[in-house]
Write a protein that binds this ligand. Structure first.
Ligand SMILES: O=C(O)CCC(=O)C(=O)O
Ligand SMILES: [Fe+2]
Length: 321
């Protein structure tokens, strides 16, 4: 039985309607040729050294979150062994027969492709399990989940304290029932110049911790240009989400990112989302506030409406004050 979701058959009509890119097309049409750059690389091992080193490390985190919205961390406290276990489990759930994937984890956890896509550019050539942390407690991913959750809290605390804010907010509002792990798989794609693995988006959370394999394909916007992230086997990638941008009144930046596909190789990534409960009200920590205050529930509803109406998420601009 085939593990792959029927991407080819389902989206064949869109292939027929779209002019396929050639080598001669400009870079805007083709997705591949972007400059590869190292993200800021931060050694978190210094957080357990003396106060001077700790402070330097915190400052680097804050600067990267402000200037890039994206950075990499090493010596993050999650062992290679745990990351390998996570990947093994990830491969196992994706290699089971397609129909069984709907029965893994709680109902609605599995998604593939983009049901609403009306053109190739609206399609994400990928499949994913979107798993609340409360569903992970009984799986072999639990040790990883515990560690990654505490790393996310630690980073959120540092980012909050640097703004002079009380960091207990994240402990109170981001609970195991509201945070989740997303396991992504990007199958090889026959026309990688034209189809995203994951459409450009920002994350609807406070921050995301990403573990990717060595295939590459993650792009983000830096200074108005798409750049490609060079995979680093030692590092986890951290990115700021929409809610930290709103909460910090625009000081930390939630940056647009996307994944491009590969013609012959499949790619795996796993992302942890530090997300609040639906009732949590997100309000800027300084005045005058760029954004009006909103609950996560309201935000989510707006995102869903926009995706249905326009085919994409508008996000924070909907909540400008
Ligand atoms: O697979 C990746 O590198 C990025 C995944 C991502 O952006 C997401 O799941 O929100
Ligand atoms: Fe993302």
């Amino acid at each position: 039985m085939d593990p792959d979701p029927p991407l080819h058959e389902t989206y064949k009509p869109l292939f027929a309607n779209t002019k396929i890119s050639s080598k001669d097309d400009d870079d805007d049409r083709r997705l591949v040729t972007v400059e590869e750059r190292q993200l800021p690389l931060i050694d978190l091992g210094r957080l357990s050294l003396n106060e001077v080193e700790k402070e330097k490390c915190r400052e680097e985190i804050v600067r990267a979150a402000h200037e890039w919205g994206f950075f990499q961390v090493i010596n993050h406290g999650i062992s290679t062994e745990l990351l390998e276990k996570l990947r093994e489990e990830q491969v196992r759930v994706f290699k089971q027969p397609f129909q069984n994937k709907f029965l893994s984890f709680s109902a609605g956890s599995y998604r593939w492709g983009t049901p609403a896509a009306t053109s190739l550019r609206q399609l994400s050539w990928s499949e994913a399990f979107h798993i609340p942390m409360t569903d992970i407690s009984s799986s072999s991913m639990e040790p990883f989940a515990t560690k990654v959750a505490s790393l996310a809290q630690k980073l959120a605390e540092i980012l909050a304290e640097k703004l002079g804010q009380n960091s207990s907010f994240f402990q109170q509002s981001c609970l195991p029932s509201s945070c989740y792990l997303r396991l992504n798989r990007y199958p090889p794609c026959p026309i990688p110049l034209d189809i995203y693995g994951l459409m450009p988006h920002t994350d609807s959370d406070f921050l995301t911790i990403l573990n990717q394999d060595q295939v590459g394909g993650l792009h983000l916007v830096k200074d108005g240009k798409w750049i490609a992230v060079k995979p680093n086997p030692e590092a986890l990638i951290i990115n700021i989400g929409d809610f930290f941008q709103a909460w910090s009144n625009g000081f930390y930046t939630s940056v647009e990112h996307r994944v491009v596909t590969h013609p012959t190789r499949e790619r795996f990534s796993a992302a942890y989302f530090l997300c609040p409960t639906y009732e949590t009200v997100i309000e800027s920590c300084s005045q005058p506030s760029v954004y009006s205050k909103f609950s996560f529930g309201e935000y989510r509803q707006k995102v869903q409406e926009d995706v249905q109406r326009y085919g994409y998420k508008v996000g924070l601009p909907r909540f400008l004050a």
